[in-house]
Design a protein around this ligand. Structure first.
Ligand SMILES: Nc1ncnc2c1ncn2[C@@H]1O[C@H](COP(=O)(O)OP(=O)(O)OP(=O)(O)O)[C@@H](O)[C@H]1O
Ligand code: SF4
Ligand SMILES: [Mg+2]
Length: 440
């Protein structure tokens, strides 16, 4: 394997073939696992701490390339307490997006794979009958007598029996948007163990993602309304086109779009960048998710719009009582938005803690360096990462601290093994030998 060829800069054809063969063996097995039919018990689990919505534990996500295995995420552990915003920060290529794509099971296979670890997510899903159908909540009268309405088809027209008489159905409760209500239950899933097919019930519904460039996630040939309605029709059983439209307009309203009816009828290219990002957020909200993953949500936008979108996210989080995983390389955004901060470096977490701990008492030389290189008002945010030196080659990671070549505070232990995660407060952890003896 490539790990043994540390000093060489190229691989022979024979070596490439050997790596490809070994990769194919591993990725075939992992792909088979994702395609398997599995009983729910195989991927239903428990949270370690019930106040969390997400617990990522020792996650390893690799890319099996012909040059060797890229350990893009290499043993990452963190959690998101329910109702909080966790910011992930780190310079380009450190594994932020790969972490979020792992949570969504959106890695490009067969090369990209969750290799090991757990991603526990607490979902709030429909309670189902043995046959898989969701259990309705009936809208009976006060005396408990069932009420009946005329049944409607997907287009909202009355359904008729053979004799042309309207078919009636028992009245079901609806929410403020008119969406049918079903019994719900909390369930914890280990996403790392879930077959891809099962992920559909989480993706877009329980966990939604907002990307950097909305144009790549919006389909140019369909109207905004069409794409928004689709989310409701897909995720809410029994929703008619009429219900979906009502909900879509509400969602556009919720993200501060002044003329929702007009935007509803527009195509993505007819909207400005800021407007498209608002639409993306409304689409993320349409599934009524518990967790929103925002990967550089404002990087493509100018500063004023950026501030508006961040305000919007903050406001929505409180309104929907949701949690946010906010990925950015902009420390300023993290400082403004996050309750907890995770600092990544070369596929690992090197420090994590509350926002106040990371900003006021950074421990890791890398985090301290980031603080010192905070940009001024008129500098580019990329200049944050101006600590000299390079990140090690992701295929040949060293067995000592990855930051050593760039660190000016080395001690003797740094020439030994990779530092363990050291707890310096109930919420603050750092992977650095400087704190070997500091435990709380
Ligand atoms: N398809 C792929 N094949 C091989 N390596 C990949 C692939 N996708 C990502 N990687 C590698 O995974 C590592 C992490 O990438 P990731 O996209 O998560 O970085 P990031 O922290 O999101 O960076 P940025 O701030 O630039 O978005 C990088 O070293 C990258 O080269
Ligand atoms: S472990 Fe050593 S080399 Fe690594 S960041 Fe800490 S002091 Fe620097
Ligand atoms: Mg990224």
């Amino acid at each position: 394997m490539a790990e043994e060829k540390k000093s060489r800069h190229y691989l022979t054809g024979k070596e490439v073939r050997a790596i490809a063969k070994e990769n194919a063996k591993i990725t075939r097995a992992l792909e088979k696992k994702k395609k398997r039919k599995a009983a729910e018990s195989e991927f239903v689990t428990q949270m370690k701490d019930p106040s969390n919505i997400l617990e990522v534990e020792d996650l390893h996500t690799y890319f099996f390339t012909d040059q060797g295995v890229v350990k893009a995420v290499n043993g990452v552990s963190f959690e998101i307490p329910q109702g909080s915003t966790v910011g992930v920060v780190g310079e380009s290529g450190c594994g932020k997006s790969v972490t979020s794509m792992s949570i969504m099971q959106l890695l490009q296979g067969p090369a990209g794979q969750i290799y090991s670890g757990s991603i526990r997510f607490k979902s709030y899903d429909y309670k189902r009958e043995a046959d898989g159908s969701p259990i309705p909540i009936w809208d009976d009268d006060e005396a408990g007598n069932p009420q009946y309405d005329v049944a409607k088809d997907k287009k909202g027209n009355p359904k008729l029996d053979k004799e042309g008489k309207p078919i009636t159905v028992r009245r079901q409760k609806r929410d403020a948007y008119g969406t049918l209500q079903y019994e719900m239950e909390e369930k914890v899933f280990d996403i790392a163990q879930m077959p891809t097919k099962e992920m559909y019930r989480l993706r877009g519904r329980q966990i939604a993602m907002i990307f950097q460039e909305p144009m790549t996630s919006l389909n140019p040939v369909f109207t905004i309304g069409n794409q928004l309605d689709e989310v409701t029709l897909l995720h809410f059983p029994g929703a008619t086109k009429e219900d979906a439209k009502r909900r879509s307009i509400e969602m556009l309203n919720l993200v501060g779009i002044a003329m929702p009816e007009r935007v509803y009828k527009s195509y993505p290219h007819e909207l400005s960048g800021g407007m498209r990002q608002r639409v993306m957020i409304s689409m993320a909200l349409a599934g009524d998710p518990r967790l929103i993953i925002a990967d550089e949500p404002t990087t493509a936008l100018d500063v004023t719009i950026q501030a508006q979108i961040l305000d919007l996210l903050r406001d929505l989080k409180t309104r929907i009582n949701g949690s946010i995983l906010l990925i950015t390389h902009d420390l300023g955004i993290i400082a403004e938005m996050a309750d907890y901060v995770v600092v990544m470096y070369a596929g690992r977490i090197i420090e994590r803690g509350t926002a106040s701990e990371i900003f006021h008492h950074p421990k890791h030389p890398y985090t301290i360096g980031l603080q010192k290189s905070k940009p001024t008002m008129d500098s580019e945010s990329d200049s944050l990462f101006n600590i000299p030196g390079n990140v090690p080659n992701p295929i040949d990671m060293p067995d000592y601290c990855y930051f050593r070549e760039r660190c000016s505070g080395c001690v003797k232990a740094c020439f030994g093994e990779y530092p363990p995660m050291i707890q310096v407060s109930p919420t603050h952890f750092v992977a650095c030998h400087l704190y070997d003896k500091e435990t709380k």
